[in-house]
Design a protein around this ligand. Structure first.
Ligand code: IPE
Ligand code: IPE
Ligand code: MG
Length: 248
C-alpha cells in the first residue's frame, strides 16, 4: 500500500482506546472478546503511526480507575497486556520501536512490572516511533506523585519552594522528556478525558470519533491526521504556530 503523506504530521498522538465492551455487546459477545479484538487495532495503529512519521504514540491501556471493574475483567486486561508484550516485543523491536511505560508502577505485581521494565530496557536505543503505554495511569495520581517528589526536595533543602516552575513539574511527571501530545483521539463517541494527560493536554487538539476501538483502522487514523492538519493552533497568540515554535 502506498503511504499517505500529511501536510503537518503531529509529533505526538495520544489515543484513549474506548468502546471495547460496547463493540462486544453489539455482537452478543463477552466484553473480553472486545478487548482481544482491541489488541489487533493496537498492532495496526502502531504500524500506521510509524508509517506516517509520528514520533510518539501514547495509548491509554488501563487507567488507575479501571481497578473498579469486576475482578475477572481486570485480570483479562492484565493478561492481554502481558500476552501483547510477550508476543509482540520482538516485532516492535524489529520495527525500531522504543517502548516506554507511564503510570504508577509501585502497586503493580512483579510479573507484570518485570515484563514492562524489560520491554523498556530492550528497546531503549530504538529510534523510530516511541510507543508510550499508559498502564495503571491516572493523571491526578501522576501529578500527586510529582508533587511529592518536589516536596521531598524542598523538605531536604535541595529546592526552594519559589523555584517550582511548570518546567520543573514537567520534569517530575512520568512523561518527562516526552513532548506534549499534539493530538488526542478518543474512540467510541465519548467526549471526555477520563483522567488522561490532564497537564500535558494544555494545548492538544482533540478529535472524537464514533467508532469503537476494535473498529479503529488506518483509514480512520488517516482521516484524523487530515483533520489535525487543517486546524490552526495558536497557543494563546494570534497566528497559527507549531508546538516546536512556541517551545511547549
Ligand atoms: C476500553 O474499552 C478498554 C479499557 C478501558 C481498558 P472499554 O472496556 O471501556 O469499553 P466500553 O467503554 O465499556 O464500551
Ligand atoms: C478510559 O476509558 C481508560 C482507557 C481507555 C484505558 P474508560 O472506559 O475507563 O473511561 P470512562 O469510565 O468511560 O470515563
Ligand atoms: Mg469505556
Amino acid at each position: 500500500m502506498s503511504e499517505r503523506t500529511f501536510l503537518t504530521v503531529p509529533e505526538h498522538v495520544a489515543i484513549i482506546m474506548d468502546g471495547n465492551g460496547r463493540w462486544a455487546k453489539q455482537r452478543g459477545l463477552p466484553r473480553t472478546m472486545g478487548h482481544r479484538k482491541g489488541v489487533d487495532a493496537v498492532r495496526e495503529t502502531v504500524r500506521a503511526a510509524g508509517d506516517a512519521g509520528i514520533k510518539y504514540l501514547t495509548l491509554f491501556a488501563f487507567s488507575s480507575e479501571n481497578w473498579r471493574r469486576p475482578e475477572t475483567e481486570v485480570s483479562d486486561l492484565l493478561g492481554l497486556l502481558k500476552a501483547f508484550i510477550r508476543r509482540d516485543l520482538a516485532e516492535l523491536h524489529r520495527q525500531n520501536v522504543r517502548v516506554k511505560v507511564i503510570g504508577d508502577r509501585l502497586s503493580l505485581k512483579s510479573d507484570i512490572l518485570d515484563l514492562l521494565v524489560d520491554a523498556e530496557e530492550r528497546t531503549k536505543s530504538n529510534t523510530a516511533l516511541t510507543l508510550v503505554i499508559a498502564f495503571n495511569y491516572g493523571s491526578r495520581d501522576e501529578i500527586a506523585r510529582a508533587m511529592t517528589s518536589l516536596a521531598r526536595d524542598v523538605e531536604a533543602g535541595r529546592l526552594r519552594a519559589q523555584d517550582i516552575s511548570p518546567a520543573l513539574i514537567n520534569a517530575r511527571l512520568d512523561t518527562a522528556g516526552i513532548p506534549d501530545p499534539d493530538l488526542i483521539i478518543r474512540t467510541s463517541g465519548e467526549e471526555r478525558l477520563s483522567n488522561f494527560l490532564l497537564w500535558q493536554a494544555a494545548y492538544s487538539e482533540f478529535i472524537f470519533v464514533p467508532e469503537y476501538w476494535p473498529d479503529f483502522s488506518r483509514e480512520i487514523f488517516h482521516s484524523a491526521l487530515e483533520t489535525f492538519a487543517s486546524r490552526d493552533r495558536r497557543f494563546g497568540g494570534l497566528v497559527a504556530q507549531t508546538a516546536a515554535a512556541v517551545g511547549t
